[in-house]
Design a protein around this ligand. Structure first.
Ligand code: ACO
Ligand code: OAA
Length: 384
């Protein structure tokens, strides 16, 4: 990454340290997992361009790559698939626990609780060896779709559908959510979204996971923290906000006025802007293509028109470009997901990147503990 840190407060005196608000532009560690290069709009996972992976690989292959550093051979992939498929079952107590959460809680609360439960029931919770953490990561990746789909169906008043060992990761999740596997093109579009969402260097949720890991806490605690960070609308929660905005706009003719109003009120528009990319998100062209494909196959062309108008008005007015959450929100909507499930789907994918980082942090650990500059009242005495 070549972004340069810009101090938030100028270091004008020897006593006042330079402050990098939000750690913007600060390089805090090395990683061998992914590389984001904003200047060339490129993103690689373990050296492979993400577009290449999206075109040629399954989500399972990408998960294997993130955890092991190399794409699997056929034999390795067969074994990995068998392990993943055999780990999909959510036991009764887990499903019963999440089904007792309040009906109006956000599904992100459900996934956060599910991961906590998996930690609590794991007798090897505190074994932080890379081998143990790879096993736990695979279990979390395999079981989360079962929980997310069961919760989606519960909210619709439907019984859960058991996972099928005959289906790939993406197909199985769609089948558990909707009771059927959609057309192959829709499955591919969904799988592309999972691959694009899987990993993105030191984003806020991954960093949260690394902070927790740096204290020598366990992988479940680190993932739980990451889920909390992803939920916020400045991060993963933006994919939900995008679709709420698009539904408010409703018709292509209303999109330009809506955007101009937002900008005149100086409000942030979710799904636009990025901390690292300032000239467009490397993943957007691939996801936009997947969204257009989904829209064409589901009669959702008007959402593409709304997308393009918003993108063009924002670009003309500010030069700010869409991020990955912008095409993903409407694509998930057209695939049939309820809006509040969008960020849990992001979790189903990003858990691969988070756990790769947790393992990497553990292998070369230093407690993450920055400094702060105190600006409260000067020292004083308690008056009894
Ligand atoms: C998968 C992901 O997590 S991708 C990110 C998803 N998040 C969103 O889509 C939320 C909307 N976007 C944003 O809030 C921001 O672009 C962030 C938080 C993602 C990155 O922001 P930062 O690097 O911290 O930049 P910051 O928020 O300071 O923005 C810089 C300037 O651009 C403007 N800007 C940035 N994003 C937007 C936006 N989405 N809408 C309108 N203006 C924006 C800011 O208002 C600010 O303007 P100013 O300098 O006149 O005050
Ligand atoms: O990198 C970031 O800050 C946010 C992001 O795009 C991601 O996590 O995918």
């Amino acid at each position: 990454m070549t972004e340069t840190a810009v101090p938030t407060s100028a270091n004008t005196s020897a006593e006042i340290p330079t402050i990098y608000k939000g750690l913007a532009g600060v390089v805090v560690d090395t990683t061998a997992i992914s590389k984001v290069v904003p200047e060339t709009n490129s993103l690689t996972y373990r050296g492979y361009a993400v577009q290449d992976l999206a075109a040629h690989c399954s989500f399972e292959e990408v998960a294997y790559l993130l955890w092991n550093g190399e794409l699997p051979s056929e034999t390795q992939l067969d074994r990995f698939r068998q392990q993943e498929r055999a780990s999909r079952g959510a036991d009764r107590s887990l499903l019963s626990l999440v089904s007792k959460l309040p009906d109006n809680c956000h599904p992100m609360d459900v996934v956060r609780t599910a991961i906590s439960y998996l930690g609590a029931e794991d007798p090897a919770e505190d074994d932080n060896s890379p081998e143990a953490n790879r096993v736990k990561a695979l279990r979390m990746m395999a079981v989360l779709p079962t929980v997310v789909a069961a919760d989606l169906r519960r909210r619709r008043g439907l019984d859960p559908i058991a996972p099928s060992a005959e289906l790939g990761f993406a197909e199985n999740f769609l089948n558990m959510a909707f009771g059927e596997v959609p057309d192959v093109e829709l499955v591919k579009a969904f799988e592309v979204s999972l691959i694009l969402y899987a990993e993105h260097s030191f984003n806020a949720s991954t960093f949260a996971a690394r902070v927790v890991t740096s204290t020598l806490s366990d992988i479940y605690s680190a993932v739980t923290a990451a889920i909390g960070a992803l939920k916020g609308p400045l991060h993963g929660g933006a994919n939900e906000a995008v679709m709420h905005d698009m539904l408010e706009i409703a018709e292509p003719a209303a999109a330009e006025g809506w955007m101009r109003d937002k900008l005149s009120r100086k409000e942030k528009v979710m799904g636009f802007g990025h901390r690292v990319y300032k000239n467009g998100d490397s993943r957007v062209p691939t996801m936009k293509q997947a969204f257009v494909e989904v829209a064409a196959r589901t009669g959702g062309e008007k959402w593409v028109e709304i997308y393009e108008t918003l993108e063009s008005v924002m670009n003309d007015a500010t030069g700010i470009k869409p991020n990955l959450d912008f095409p993903t929100g409407p694509a998930y909507y057209l695939l049939g997901f309820d809006i509040e499930v969008f960020t849990p789907i992001f979790v189903m994918s990003r858990i691969t990147g988070w756990t790769a980082h947790i393992i990497e942090q553990g292998e070369s650990n230093a407690l993450i503990r920055p400094l702060s500059e105190y600006h409260g009242v000067p020292q004083r005495s308690v008056v009894a």
